[in-house]
Design a protein around this ligand. Structure first.
Ligand code: ADP
Ligand code: MG
Length: 134
């Protein structure tokens, strides 16, 4: 458990996780709107050596960033309406592939998330405080 008091700290937590990430890893993020999931992904992508501008996937449904060691696939299940839509964007191929997958709102389709995933929960404590649970 970690208490973050600003967005930079949440990014730093993501950046630190990058050191432990290996090929095929899946990072499943849970938490309300504004809880800091996207900030965390920004740090994670940076830590994996990507210089890309990280934003939540909307119309494209998945963003790909090139890390120094691995490609990073960024999903946001908030935008995905059904399991069929998820399959249609090739989720299974990606998530069981060799990159790193990071998924916002992963609990929306929890059954699609492989058992080996690391689940991280974000809770809003106050305006600037977030509780991050691993
Ligand atoms: P989510 O992807 O979970 O919807 P975002 O990461 O997009 O959330 O947004 C989090 C918002 O909350 C940002 O506007 C950010 O500046 C703000 N914020 C304030 N305090 C924190 C904190 N401790 N950690 C992360 N974000 C914070
Ligand atoms: Mg987000």
């Amino acid at each position: 458990m970690f208490i973050s008091v600003n967005a930079a700290e949440t990014k730093a937590v993501g950046e630190r996780l990058a050191e432990k990430i290996q090929t095929g890893d899946v990072v499943a993020l849970v938490g309300d709107l504004g809880a800091g999931k996207t900030q965390f992904v920004k740090g994670l992508a940076k830590g994996l050596g990507s210089t890309a501008v990280v934003t939540s996937p909307t119309f494209t449904l998945v963003h790909e960033y090139q890390g120094s060691r691995l490609p990073i696939y960024h999903f946001d299940f908030y935008r995905i309406e059904s399991l069929a839509a998820l399959r249609a964007i090739g989720f299974d191929e990606i998530v069981f592939g060799d990159g790193v997958s990071v998924i916002e709102w992963a609990d929306r389709f929890a059954d699609a998330i492989p058992p080996r995933a690391r689940w991280i929960k974000f809770e809003i404590v106050s305006d600037d405080q977030r509780r991050i649970l691993f």
